[in-house]
Design a protein around this ligand. Structure first.
Ligand SMILES: [Zn+2]
Length: 442
């Protein structure tokens, strides 16, 4: 309707009447009352011109098209179409109309184009489409005549709380699977009504809409008109964490060793893997970290763990430790203002498109140029942002609190704090703490 009204205005025509047959599929043979009313109005010479989105929306069968051509000719009705010009007054135009009407493949493409147009329109206006999303409820907006004019989205208190709690726990270093099973123990159900799994939880948590961002064709194009469940900062850090390739390739089946996949081989730079205690011939092999790439490094895991944990505890006990997880507020301010500027430009593009000032391909080109810049500043924000989840570890009595942490959480803290390298030492050499090199990253 928006496109058609614009075309009519371009032609200098005033819109006398609109005919909308909503929800009547072109392929079903159901009656279209508005279309019939249109034909009637043409017969009564109430219509001098007709604007359609596409000619194939107007008629459904070749016979219908012929009737319309005859009518338009007899009553001198001009026709304009948003999807390409078709002049029913010329033989060429009628041929075009007939070809268009009879090519079924075209219809399929059109219906997908129309759907896309509809989704884009909804995305632009900040409306969500499809099923109501997990974490939200929809409430009808009713005007004074009692007609439903649309929907507003509100938070579903329990579901939104599930998203918030799960995010907090994952940011604190708990693995998806553990958080999913904890949710299941509380009786919470995933959107499909089944118990949560790591995968379903990941899907729900990674939705941009949770941060109030509207997405069109997998790209964020602005702010939605629904409330956000997560603040931008938590959401961005969560996305970075869940998309971290090490986390994905890492041990989803429950890590058993503190430094497995974290400590680095001093010979080749690969990440070391943990191996449980086992028998090798008659000899008992202790739990160990080993390089499965160059085989030059194998160290007793207990000894390495002891060194690393002592380092972390000493670091967290220092008076300046509270600053460790405070982030870099200057860098954060810079990156955040840059991010706002880029988002404002994306919003402007979306508005210009909605107002018909730029075309869809111009919108796409513009957003494609801005997206990498946005990703870059978002990464800067994540690097500079504080990690309040770890702040509670800091201060006197760290050792006792550290011992009380889960293995996953300990791993997350070590990974954030330092880079651990285990040096090769030659066969038969006794372990010495100097073989563990470390570098603070915070
Ligand atoms: Zn190696």
């Amino acid at each position: 309707m928006e496109d058609c009204t614009r075309l009519a205005t371009d032609r200098g025509w005033s819109v006398a009447e609109t005919y909308v047959d909503n929800d009547v599929s072109a392929s079903t043979g159901r009656r279209r009352p508005e279309y019939e009313r249109l034909l009637d109005d043409i017969k009564r010479d109430r219509v001098s011109a007709l604007v359609v989105w596409d000619i194939d929306r107007l008629t459904r069968t070749p016979a219908e098209l012929e009737t319309l051509i005859d009518l338009a000719e007899a009553h001198g009705v001009a026709l304009a179409s948003v999807g390409g010009e078709v002049d029913l007054g010329t033989p060429q135009g009628r041929l075009t109309a007939r070809i268009k009407g009879s090519v079924a493949r075209h219809e399929v493409e059109q219906s997908s184009r129309r759907l896309k147009r509809k989704f884009l329109e909804r995305a632009e206006s900040g409306l969500s489409h499809g099923k109501v999303a997990y974490g939200y409820v929809r409430e009808p907006v009713i005007d004074e005549t009692g007609t439903v004019r649309g929907y507003t989205e509100l938070l579903h208190p329990e579901q939104a709380a599930v998203i918030q709690t799960a995010t907090k726990r994952i940011l604190a270093g708990e693995p998806l699977r553990a958080v999913a099973s904890a949710l299941n123990e509380t009786g919470s159900m995933s959107p499909s009504g089944k118990p949560w799994s790591g995968t379903t939880l990941r899907q729900v948590l990674l939705r941009d809409r949770n941060a109030g961002r509207r997405v069109h064709q997998k790209q964020v194009i602005g702010k939605g008109n629904w409330p956000a469940i997560l603040d931008d900062d938590s959401f961005d850090r969560l996305v970075a964490l869940l998309r971290d390739p090490r986390r994905r390739t890492g041990n989803n089946g429950g890590v058993k060793h503190l430094l497995s996949g974290i400590a680095i081989c001093g010979n080749c730079g690969e990440r070391l893997r943990g191996a449980a205690e086992h028998r090798y011939g008659k000899k008992k092999q202790p739990r160990s970290y080993a390089c499965q790439n160059c085989y030059k490094v194998r160290r007793k895991a207990d000894a390495v763990d002891e060194v690393v944990e002592a380092l972390v505890i000493a670091r967290l006990e220092r008076p300046d430790a509270a600053d460790l997880f405070a982030g870099d507020s200057d860098a954060m301010t810079r990156a955040t203002s840059e991010k706002l500027a880029i988002e404002a430009r994306l919003d402007l593009l979306a508005d210009q498109f909605a107002d018909g000032l730029i075309t869809g391909s111009q919108l796409e080109r513009g957003t494609a140029r801005l997206r990498p810049k946005l990703a870059e500043v978002e990464a800067q924000i994540i690097a500079a942002s504080p990690s309040p989840e770890y702040a509670e570890l800091v201060g006197p009595g760290v050792r006792a609190r550290w011992e009380g942490q889960s293995l996953d959480r300990k791993r997350a803290v070590i990974d954030a704090l330092m880079r651990v390298t285990v040096l090769p030492s030659g066969a038969g050499q006794r372990f010495s703490p100097e073989q563990v090199e470390f570098e603070w990253s915070l």
